[in-house]
Design a binder for this molecule. Structure first.
Ligand code: IMP
Length: 186
């Protein structure tokens, strides 16, 4: 990995290693955008993203998807204290009606799968014409609940990752690559 990728970042960040480079992320997102455009040509889909983690992926995916589409956002908080309950708090819901619309749920990462299965159900009961999931990252090995993901950018190992929208304690989201932080931090 070129050292210049580290050099552009704040001194305070403690990146141990780059897992997916900026170039590889860009290529992966471009490919997903093209595949989605192919699938939804002529259908004006809505890309629904979960904040905050999905904001950078959505911005790049939307630009890579060269067909007319809309975007909307939900602000959710995944179980923080009790990992096993799978409770997801919806702090801000969608602004628009998705009944009869083609919806793509855009996720940054699927880890246990609890957040995704909850939100998928939450959207499905509103009768969209179709509903699929596009996740940049898939930590398949950490899955606790089986939930379909139709489009995946990268499968990654069971490690805590930051960058490209993903945070540790609200920081590291602005790294242009996906990284593992120094174990002394997390
Ligand atoms: P879940 O375990 O699949 O429900 O994932 C819940 C949420 O935890 C994800 O949407 C992310 O916001 C967050 N998350 C899971 N794994 C990581 C990680 O490795 N880095 C940063 N956030 C993560």
């Amino acid at each position: 990995m070129p050292m210049s990728e580290f050099a552009s970042q704040p001194d305070e960040y403690k990146v141990a290693r780059i897992l997916i480079s900026e170039k590889d992320l860009k290529e992966g997102v471009q490919k997903l955008g093209e595949e989605l455009a192919e699938r939804y040509r002529g259908q004006r889909p809505i890309l629904v993203t979960l904040l905050k983690g999905g904001f950078i992926f959505l911005a790049d995916l939307s630009r890579a998807m060269r067909i007319p589409h809309e975007v909307d956002f939900m602000l959710v908080r995944s179980y923080e204290k009790d990992k096993s309950s799978g409770t997801v708090q919806i702090i801000q819901d969608l602004k628009q009606n998705i009944e009869g619309r083609h919806v793509v749920l855009v996720e940054d990462i699927v880890d246990t799968g609890l957040t995704l299965s909850y939100i998928r159900e939450h959207l499905a009961i509103r009768n969209p014409a179709s509903l699929i999931v596009c996740s940049l990252l898939d930590k398949k090995i950490a899955r606790k609940i089986d939930t379909p993901i139709e489009f995946v950018g990268f499968e990654i190992p069971d490690e805590f990752v930051v960058g490209y929208g993903l945070d540790y304690d609200q920081l590291y989201r602005n790294l242009p690559y996906l990284a593992v932080i120094d174990p002394s931090v997390a």
